[in-house]
Design a protein around this ligand. Structure first.
Ligand code: HC1
Ligand code: SF4
Length: 586
């Protein structure tokens, strides 16, 4: 441990702690714009300057390691003057349309200016030239609002291994943008939105679908249904001041009903369906390999994360046969809403308008992929992020925290606990293991509280091997086999794992990949600001939701039996293939 003094008080911190974090630990919040937990330190914004006894120049506290005996002052006239100058210079160049900016309520840049009590701007002159990039379905970039903190660049390269954004131009014109100042659709951006999630201003935001949803809700010819992704219920409360990890499933349902949706449903319904389709696909691949000795693509990879799918298409096209053909739960829901559900309420597919609420920006991209029109129409019409739904509820005047708990509509609102945990890294794998184990062995899932601890938590890559001791007759070729599975979250982690698999250093049967750190609970569309503590709180809430359910296994969801009996036939049936499975593009 290291002992140092910050503002006359002694602080003891573990070795490797930065001065910025040591101060935070001591209850002193040093302002910062570029600092980001868990990635390499840029030290670029210079807002976190502090005085260090014995040093001539002020130091950036985010990049300075705490050392024994260090004496730090965070609030001297020299520090205050320097921080103000830095902020005034940044403000002088910034497009100041705060009144109408989508980030005005949670702009970190504005908050630092407020905290430093900046009342006069001493620098005026030319402004950064504006360049708006609306080339992708998921994201909008506004270069006039970029303050070159480089958080987006760091996340895009360090966490997501995509390198879609870099510092372009020099000096006054320097901006975070794709190479040669091109638009995002010209580079290998997977539209995960992690850049938008960490941007302190409105330089990168999700493409807004709010107005199109209001228009659909006001259209008397449309039957408007909404599906809510597993992660929303553990994040939405933060838009209304509730602490991270507040479960708001019932209040969210009540709010959606009051906004005017004709059916309030659950993506979890089709998460259960995904397990049945994808689990059956895995068993079919294993049978083909082990019994029929056919050359099949193993490991199978999960396919519900659209950022991961795009990453595989861009960077690992040789792995496309390994991706499960199962569509994501979002897209399965859209296809079924305009067919199965439309039939039950006697409406035409074109009369149904499907809105998704997703913690993810890439879901906006996924919804408009040309393959995603199994109903004959675009299966999902609009995708709202958690943040956008929060804004709609605020616009409507509802007092979210005072709403009663309400239940979702049927038949597409029923789900198991296994569907809930899709939201957490490792959750899709755990859900699949629960079902595959039970179907193959005919015995109870042997893990405490049904949780497969080695694949839970925030470790970047996790794995487990499970030996199948006995089987029901249908699956006797699996008796004594050891099933090896792995889980990766954050595309850089996934990339490292894939390289090991390709090099023959690792071998698995099934791999879950989620683009965003923590899985969907840490998605690019979730309320800002998602730290690891926030991720842990949301994950805990998701496990609580799972453990509170009577049905914890996807195959035991009674709505699945009805769906297969009345409409789909069986997993991997012709109807299933047409509506629920897809192909990928090199
Ligand atoms: Fe996800 Fe999924 S879990 S991808 O992380 O498979 O976005 O929440 O909706 O589709 O179900 C996201 C979350 C979500 C899908 C499901
Ligand atoms: Fe990079 Fe993801 Fe942002 Fe694209 S959406 S620029 S891949 S962080």
């Amino acid at each position: 441990m290291i002992k140092l003094t910050i503002d006359h008080s002694e602080v003891v911190v573990p070795e490797g702690t930065t001065v910025l974090n040591a101060a935070r630990q001591a209850g002193i919040r040093i302002p910062s714009l570029c600092y980001l937990e868990g990635v390499h330190v840029v030290g670029g914004c210079r807002v976190c300057l502090v005085e260090v006894e014995g040093a001539k120049a002020l130091q950036a506290s985010c990049s300075m390691p705490a050392s024994e005996g260090l004496k730090i002052r965070t609030n001297t006239p020299k520090v205050r003057a320097a921080r103000r100058t830095v902020m005034e210079l940044l403000l002088s160049d910034h497009e100041g349309d705060c009144q109408t900016c989508t980030r005005s309520h949670d702009c970190e840049f504005l908050a630092v200016a407020h905290d430093l009590d900046i009342r006069d701007l001493h620098f005026t002159g030319a402004k950064h030239h504006q360049l708006t990039d609306e080339s992708t379905p998921a994201l909008v970039r506004d270069s006039a609002k970029c303050i070159m903190c480089r958080r987006c660049i760091t996340v895009c390269s360090d966490i997501q291994a995509t390198g879609a954004l870099w510092a372009q131009d020099r000096g006054f014109e320097c901006v975070a943008a794709p190479a040669f100042g091109q638009n995002l659709d010209r580079v290998a951006c997977v539209q995960c939105g992690q850049c938008a999630a960490v941007c302190p201003t409105a330089a990168i935001t999700e493409r807004d679908h709010i107005e199109r949803v209001w228009a659909a809700l006001a259209d008397p010819h449309k039957h408007v249904v909404v599906q809510t992704a597993p992660a929303i219920r553990a994040g939405l409360g933060e838009c209304f001041g509730l602490p991270p990890g507040s479960l708001v499933t019932g209040r969210m349902t009540a709010a959606l009903r009051r906004l005017g949706f004709d059916g309030v449903f659950d993506t979890n319904f089709t998460a259960d369906l995904t397990i049945l389709e994808e689990g059956t696909e895995l068993l079919t691949r294993l049978k083909a390999a082990l019994v029929d000795q056919k050359p099949v693509a193993i490991p199978q990879f999960t396919s519900c994360c659209p950022g991961w799918i795009k990453f595989a298409e861009y960077f690992h096209p040789d792995l496309l046969p390994n991706l499960s053909t199962a569509k994501s739960p979002q897209q399965m829901f859209g296809a079924l809403a305009k067919t199965y559900y439309a039939k039950t309420i006697n409406r035409r597919p074109e009369d149904i308008y499907v809105v998704s609420v997703m913690p993810c920006t890439a879901k906006k991209f996924e919804a408009q992929r040309p393959e995603m029109n199994a109903s004959g129409f675009q299966d999902v019409d609009a995708v709202l992020t958690t943040r956008e739904l929060g804004r709609m509820i605020t616009q409507s005047g509802l007092d979210f925290t005072a709403l009663p708990d309400e239940a979702m509509d049927q038949p597409m609102g029923m789900s198991s606990g296994a569907a809930d945990i899709f939201a957490n890294t490792g959750g899709v794998m755990e859900a699949a293991l629960r079902t595959v184990w039970c179907l193959v062995t005919g015995t109870a899932f042997p893990f405490e509280k049904l949780h497969v601890a080695p694949i839970e938590g925030l470790e970047g890559v996790k794995e487990i091997s499970i030996t199948i001791p006995s089987t029901v007759p249908e699956w006797d070729f699996l008796k004594g086999q050891t099933l090896k599975v792995a889980v990766a979250h954050g595309l850089a982690n996934a990339d490292r794992l894939i390289e090991q698999v390709k090099a023959g250093q690792k071998a698995y049967h099934f791999i879950e990949v989620m683009s965003c750190p923590g899985g969907c609970i840490g998605g690019g569309g979730q309320p800002r600001f998602t730290t690891n503590d926030v991720r842990r709180d949301r994950m805990k809430a998701i496990f609580a939701e799972d453990e509170g359910k009577q049905v914890r296994m996807s195959h035991e969801n009674p709505a699945m039996a009805t769906l297969y009996r009345d409409f789909l036939g069986a997993p991997l049936s012709e109807t299933s293939h047409h509506l629920l499975h897809t192909h990928y593009q090199r």
